[in-house]
Write a protein that binds this ligand. Structure first.
Ligand SMILES: C[S@@+](CC[C@H](N)C(=O)[O-])C[C@H]1O[C@@H](n2cnc3c(N)ncnc32)[C@H](O)[C@@H]1O
Length: 317
């Protein structure tokens, strides 16, 4: 590919367009590293320059009709995101790829498998793995600060893979509530976790907002990962406010959200048809604005080790 500088956006675009014009045979002859070391970083730079303009949408249109797209669809992770078998891109099975709990099938092509394992090392995927470990560490932390068995709610619980990282779960957790709208995800969570204190239900988070879903005991910890990136500000704010009412005194909420400037955002939009709502620290803190101030002990934000995900933590007095 051509050399370019970001101060020369036209050269950058020309270089990308030349790559997108290549035939499948030419692309297959390319070293796969060219896609990862050259095309994808250039795509991210192009996104930075043009994401606010019509030019990005026209560019996506070109991507959609390229041979490169056909080849990228040989990767089962990209393919699942595009095909959306559960109706949206980031379902729990796709997240299992990111957790390295699912892998390509023997029937996947050489190219598809190589792409897959490259993508799994992207910093977005590392952040998703970090997130699961972090949630488990938070459960430990909340248990330690309570000095008793705790009650937890996970909003949009998915496969609940983070619970596999919690040691001595039975001794730390009194009741664990999970709600997710996807019955197949809930089935997998129930199948794979051996704990009697799990109460996993097919519920929409809208029922938390409408106060139709209410666990039968006050909660020490409510968390959500992989959900707020799909909620607009109004719904996100309402969910925080209604969840706060479910907390016991001293209880806390933890919400994860991908931050703007994620390097992989360009690839996700251009080739995975996967659009998230990205929030920075201020936008996350704004979600807590409707809470009754006298009952709020702490509102804080922090990022993961890769700087990709913002965490909002709220503690009730
Ligand atoms: C990206 S997955 C995250 C799963 C899990 N929390 C994790 O971090 O691995 C998103 C989950 O949100 C669930 N979900 C999306 N919208 C929902 C809604 N309105 N109510 C309940 N669950 C929802 C999906 O069914 C899916 O399991």
């Amino acid at each position: 590919m051509h050399q370019y500088t970001v101060s020369d956006p036209s050269a950058l675009e020309t270089s990308l367009l030349e790559f997108l014009a290549k035939s499948k045979t030419d692309l297959e002859l390319e070293n796969i590293n060219c896609i990862f070391n050259s095309f994808i970083p250039q795509l991210a730079n192009h996104y930075k320059l043009f994401c606010q303009s019509e030019r990005w949408n026209s560019f996506i249109n070109i991507c959609n009709h390229s041979s490169l797209r056909k080849i990228l669809l040989e990767d089962p992770y990209t393919r699942r995101s595009v095909e959306k078998p559960r109706g949206y891109a980031g379902d729990a099975c796709l997240i299992d790829f990111m957790y390295k709990l699912s892998a390509p099938n023997p029937s996947d092509t050489y190219f598809g498998r190589e792409l897959f394992w490259h993508l799994m090392e992207s910093s977005a995927c590392q952040s998703v793995r970090w997130r699961a470990l972090h949630l488990a560490e938070k459960i430990d932390e909340v248990h330690q600060s309570n000095q008793k068995r705790i009650n937890i709610l996970s909003l949009a619980s998915g496969h609940l893979r983070e619970l596999h990282y919690v040691r001595d779960f039975d001794q730390k957790v009194e009741r664990f509530y999970g709600i997710d709208q996807d019955p197949r995800s809930n089935e997998e969570a129930r199948r794979s976790l051996p704990y009697l204190q799990l109460d996993i239900r097919e519920e929409s988070i809208l029922n938390v907002i409408r106060e139709k879903y209410k666990p039968n005991r006050p909660l020490d910890f409510i968390y959500s990962a992989g959900l707020f990136d799909y909620l607009n500000d109004k719904v996100a704010q309402k969910l925080i406010t209604s969840s706060f009412r479910l907390l016991a005194p001293g209880g806390r909420i933890l919400v994860a959200n991908f931050a703007p400037d994620l390097v992989e955002q360009a690839y996700m939009e251009a080739f995975m048809d996967w659009y998230l709502i990205y929030r920075d620290e201020n936008q996350m803190e704004a979600l807590a604005e409707d809470l009754p101030i006298s009952q709020v002990g702490e509102v804080k934000t922090y990022r993961d080790a890769m700087g990709n995900v913002v965490y909002l933590q709220i503690i009730k007095n």
